[in-house]
Ligand binder design. Sequence first.
Ligand SMILES: [Zn+2]
Length: 294
Amino acid sequence: MRARTRLGRFELIVCTDGTYRLDGGAMFGVVPKTLWQKRAPADELNRIMLGLNTVVVRTGRHTVVIETGIGNKQNAKMREIHRNEELLPASLAGAGVKPEEVDIVINSHLHFDHCGWNTTLHPDGSITPTFPNARYFAHLGEVEHGHLQLDRDRVSYLSPNYDPLIESGRMTLLTTEGIQTDSGIVPGVSVELFPGHTHQLMAIHIESEGQHACYISDLIPTTAHLDPTWVMGYDLDPLKSIEQKKRFYQRAIPEKWLVLFTHDHHTPMATIEWDEKGKPVAKPADDHLISVSE
Ligand SMILES: [Zn+2]
């Protein structure tokens, strides 16, 4: 577990699938290495260490899991490249969250490092839902994009993370029109589109008794990506990401949202403020943070 806090009547627990490594250049797009390496030191293969944060929301009536890490379906070559650790089941157990009690799973988008533990690969080769009693939610456009298997990003879309759930009727596919009419998943938990990283990237809002947290996913993957122009090379539409970050700050900063970072291992949650130069900076929620090894 990385952190635990209360939000109104809700409890938020940040669990982790462990750390993994991605190319630092790809994570910071056109930002020069001389600048980004001060915030994220690169290893000998130019990779930087990232976290894989899963947020569990206990609302009192529902147990919601936001994002499910990389999972255990990576082949040996991909595991060697990413050095991922497959820790989410242990992290959930350590936080006292049983897979059977989870009734809602939400994927912000369907890249391999956000929905891997939707399903579990067993030694006999079978694949089953990791959360046997859950309804899963993802955007229809993400599934359709993944199925296209485009040259640009097919390695990021692994259908065993979602196709078995769609085929068995466990996954609800949201549409943009549907979200515009009703963005709620359960009371206090809703989604909103922030396109740019992918065409249908969803943030997850969590609101209870006037307090507001937001899992902003790969729009702002770590606290090193707060500057609106520090967008990832992976983004399909980086100009849109810049616009959407500014749109996010217009509400997140004055309303003092607790921002949940998907890939920041050390600062999984923070509020954001403007500094004296007008740049967004993170104010870590230290008083809520319980740091442990998993
Ligand atoms: Zn992504």
